[in-house]
Write a protein that binds this ligand. Structure first.
Ligand SMILES: NC(=O)C1=CN([C@@H]2O[C@H](COP(=O)(O)OP(=O)(O)OC[C@H]3O[C@@H](n4cnc5c(N)ncnc54)[C@H](OP(=O)(O)O)[C@@H]3O)[C@@H](O)[C@H]2O)C=CC1
Ligand SMILES: Nc1nc2c(c(=O)[nH]1)N=C([C@H](O)[C@@H](O)CO)CN2
Length: 238
């Protein structure tokens, strides 16, 4: 049976683009989604195994693991992509924000990586790639819990790289800006673009390219790939 590519949060944007790219290369793809968006219907028509799961619910995490194991005998790549970009806000208690961020960005990757480790080790080994964020290293005054949870994810990349080497490589991708959201206004876009040296909105293709690079590498593990347009070298905004 063909080794699977497993991507969490593939109903839209980066996850959807990644899933479509792997389908186009002939891979068996298994994805999670929370909301039934048009992208999931597209993936289903392409033969992708789409598993509904709200990772806020432990029973959904457990069911997703069982469903993945029922669909394949080995996993070539596991991408921790599912994410919620939640800012601190007056209508949500801090403990709720913190719990939700740590749940999706740390607890879920922690559980899925360990539960699927044997499938990653099978058939010659595989890769785990975690989508983190530039702000995991810098912090973020408007997304404090989000940034902290992505930092936790980056730390786990290093732990799991040690734990599962040499059979499984574990790496992270820390993007700056990838894709704007529909409700981003022009002022926000201009400010976001100014935060990097290259000043562009690259889109999902740079993630597809980075995932391929990490998968094909024979000498990278425990590495966080800074996919950020030179953001760390850009002057602070005035
Ligand atoms: N976009 C960008 O510019 C940047 C992105 N990143 C990171 O790259 C990755 C991809 O980004 P992007 O495509 O914008 O991500 P999205 O904001 O589109 O989130 C991806 C998916 O995560 C799913 N998700 C969120 N919470 C849950 C949950 N509790 N249970 C199950 N699924 C959930 C959503 O599912 P559904 O839609 O089905 O509800 C959503 O479609 C993310 O990890 C993000 O943090 C980092 C820096 C910049
Ligand atoms: N899950 C998400 N995480 C992030 C998003 C997003 O849309 N979904 N967007 C960003 C921003 O683009 C930021 O990098 C630049 O303002 C960060 N994380």
């Amino acid at each position: 049976m063909q080794a699977a590519i497993v991507i969490t949060g593939a109903a839209q944007r980066v996850g959807l683009a990644l899933a479509k790219s792997f389908v186009s290369e002939g891979h068996k793809v298994i994805v999670s989604y929370r909301t039934l968006r048009p992208g999931i219907k597209e993936l289903q028509q392409l033969g992708v195994v789409c598993i509904q799961a709200d990772f806020e619910q432990q029973q959904d995490i457990d069911a997703f693991i069982v469903a993945v194991k029922n669909q394949c005998c080995s996993i070539r790549l596991l991408v921790h992509n599912a994410s919620d970009w939640l800012a601190e806000r007056s209508d949500l208690a801090p403990n709720i924000v913190f719990q939700r961020m740590m749940q999706i960005h740390a607890n879920v990757p922690y559980q899925l990586t360990q539960a699927l480790a044997d499938y990653l080790k099978a058939d010659g080994g595989g890769d785990v790639i975690a989508m983190t964020d530039f702000v995991a290293g810098s912090g973020s005054k408007k997304h404090v819990a989000y940034a902290a949870s992505k930092a936790a994810l980056e730390n786990m990349v290093k732990s799991f790289a040690s734990l599962y080497s040499p059979t499984v490589k574990v790496n992270g991708i820390a993007p700056g800006l990838l894709m704007f959201n529909l409700d981003d206004d022009e002022a926000y876009k201009a400010k976001a673009l100014s935060k990097s040296l290259l000043g562009n909105e690259p889109g999902a293709q740079v993630v597809i390219d980075s995932v391929a690079y990490l998968m094909n590498s024979t000498y990278l593990t425990g590495h966080i790939l800074a996919l950020d347009g030179g953001r760390s070298l850009a002057q602070k905004n005035t």
